[in-house]
Ligand binder design. Structure first.
Ligand code: ZN
Ligand code: ZN
Length: 610
């Protein structure tokens, strides 16, 4: 690790993040201290006393791993104080665990609280040693991020957090997921205007350099910022161009109306008369009057199916298919399964989430545990009355999603779950893992549709059926490959998916119950989105007072595939003496392709007290 000197009294330590070091003799003020290598730099500089620490924002990667000295003053953004001093209120509140339509605050929360002495917001100004420091509220990367303007040695330097990584680049794309007119769920790149306003504000102060938390020290702020604005605009345009969201919320896209280079939105067509659509559920009624049901989002759906039975419209439900794990498709399944104990069928990737939802932390996830009787692999077929069913893994709206082709009565119907509308593709929540690239994500889905040539495509939220012409499919495929390029240009990684997919490193299971004095396993799963093999080093960080160090492990992951490392973690005899259940956050320190990422992903251990 290294450091650079920007002026007589200002240094920057470079590890997985940049740490600002303002020196006054043997005393320092630190901005975003993180990681154990910082101590070496402080030793080299002959520092004996840390007076003050400032954090730009509440993420775990810029705040953990450096041993905080006792009695140091810690200053944090006022708007994020809770996520430093009482982060347990995040981990212990089920609204941040289930039915996630909001993603603020963010991923990468601190594992445990730290003591906060001061909070800062717009306009705060103070002197410390050779520096005058003033604060700008600069939301975007997180809601409460601040920029510290440091006037030192007759220059103005800006510590901008993760607003910008380098010229035209940001550290990741998924942190900008934010609702504008509806929930965060619909807000892909939704914080882009906020980010731009914040960078404009910084620009107006004319700092000599920008020092980002992640990234390169930026010597030409104006050029770096204008290039970023330009890149974000190109990316957002390529997103809107084929977005299914234009069907649901046209008012979100008024500035793009009448763009004839975007995909045109066609009308739908009536579904065949043997189908019923209630809530998010599609029902196929056979000539035998048996019903094939897809998804069950609520009690109300069960009631309506019973009514159809009472009215003699159907005789019974004889098979049940689940399109994907989202709560508005599965919340009612436990009750449905009691009422209609027929065979439940779903894709293998979906099955693992709905059978064991605690193992995952995903958008819109339901805690409802579902029974699955038959798990399908891509391409499995079976006959149901006069219809031939073929199941596919269909990573459209989410990676954890299936598709079902139903052939019979002279139609070829494709039940796409939530994956399309007549306006295009449904990829407006980065947390759903919409991967870009040949043969994955929507590229795979669109190529399948092209091959299967369904006469009718169905979405669970849309009444009419629809289809796509070959030229529409090609337009969507081309736009996706343009996106792959421009999203890659926006981030400091060799593939767009590292910026899109916040679960490219994940822990499995995400959450598990543990018993004191026993050993438990966690697997770190990694998706290598690059075209070359990549080495990964991972190490679980258990609480200091456990007195154990779990050694790091290393693996090499093949290109465009998943890799797995298993850890066994011994739980000390007593980790909680309280009578209530306690959630322990176990972050993993990650180095990927020789790039240290700090404490990146986490798993949750639940200790039941009593
Ligand atoms: Zn951050
Ligand atoms: Zn959905």
């Amino acid at each position: 690790m290294s450091y650079s000197q920007l002026s007589p009294h200002l240094f920057v330590h470079h590890d997985h993040v940049n740490t600002g070091i303002i020196r006054d003799g043997t005393h320092v003020l630190l901005i975003d201290p993180s990681g154990s290598s910082l101590q070496e730099t402080l030793d080299k500089l002959g520092i004996t006393q840390i007076d003050q620490i400032f954090y730009t924002h509440h993420h775990r990667d810029n705040t953990t791993g450096f041993n905080l000295p006792d009695n140091v003053h810690i200053g944090v953004p006022a708007a994020e104080e809770q996520w430093f001093s009482n982060v347990e209120s995040f981990w212990n509140d089920s609204k941040y665990r289930w039915h996630l339509y909001s993603c603020h605050p963010h991923n990468l929360m601190l594992p445990r609280s730290i003591p906060v002495s001061d909070t800062y917001s717009e306009g705060a100004e103070f002197n410390w040693g050779p520096a005058v420091i003033s604060v700008l509220d600069t939301p975007g990367h997180t809601d409460g991020s601040v920029t510290y303007l440091v006037d030192i040695d007759e220059e103005l330097m800006a510590f901008t957090g993760d607003l910008i990584y380098d010229e035209g680049k940001i550290w990741d794309i998924y942190s900008l997921q934010k609702g504008q007119q509806t929930t965060d769920y619909h807000g892909f790149l939704g914080a882009r205007d906020e980010l731009k306003d914040s960078l404009d504000k910084v620009k107006q102060k004319s700092p000599k350099v920008l020092i980002p938390t992640h990234g390169e020290i930026i010597d030409n702020p104006d050029a770096a910022i204008s290039k970023l604005f330009n890149q974000i605009d190109i990316c957002y345009d390529r997103y809107v161009s084929i977005s299914a969201l234009r069907h649901y919320f046209p008012d979100m896209f008024t500035e793009f109306r009448d763009r004839d280079d975007h995909m045109q939105i066609r009308d739908g067509k009536p579904p065949p008369e043997f189908l019923r659509h209630i809530g998010t559920t599609w029902i196929i009624i056979s000539d035998t009057k048996e019903a094939f049901v897809m998804d069950c989002g609520s009690h109300n759906i069960v009631t309506q199916i019973q009514q159809m039975q009472d009215d003699g419209e159907i005789s019974n439900v004889t098979q049940f298919w689940v399109t994907h794990y989202h709560d508005d498709h599965v919340n009612g399944i436990p009750e449905f399964q009691k009422t209609y104990p027929c065979e439940t069928i779903t894709d293998s990737v979906v099955a693992d989430v709905i059978v064991n939802p605690k193992a995952y932390r995903l958008p819109c996830i339901s805690p409802a545990e579902t029974r699955v009787d038959r798990i399908t692999q891509d391409g499995d077929s079976w006959q149901w009355n006069e219809f031939k069913m073929t199941a596919y893994h269909f990573p459209g709206q989410t990676y954890y999603h299936g598709g079902l082709l139903v052939e019979g009565k002279n139609v070829r119907m494709f039940f796409s779950g939530d994956s399309f509308t007549m306006a295009g593709i449904d990829d407006y929540c980065a947390g759903n893992r919409n991967l870009l690239g040949d043969g994955v994500g929507y590229d795979r889905c669109l190529k399948l549709i092209k091959k299967l040539e369904p006469t009718h495509i169905f979405n669970c939220h849309v009444n009419p059926a629809f289809d796509f012409t070959n030229s529409e499919i090609n337009f969507m495929l081309n736009t996706l490959s343009e996106r792959e390029k421009c999203f890659t240009n926006l981030i400091p990684w060799d593939h767009a998916n590292y910026g899109m997919d916040d679960q490219w490193i994940r822990c499995y299971p995400y959450e598990q119950e543990i018993v004191c004095g026993k050993e438990f396993s966690i697997q770190v799963q990694v998706t290598n989105h690059s075209a070359e093999p990549r080495p990964l080093i991972a190490q679980p960080i258990v609480p200091n007072d456990w007195g154990v160090d779990i050694p790091q492990k290393e693996i090499k992951i093949e290109p465009k595939s998943d890799g797995y490392i298993d850890f066994t973690i011994p739980i000390p005899k007593i980790v909680s003496n309280k009578n209530e259940s306690t959630r322990i956050v176990i972050p993993f320190d990650i180095t990927y392709n020789n790039r240290p990422l700090g404490q990146f992903r986490e798993a949750i251990f639940v200790v039941n007290g009593g």
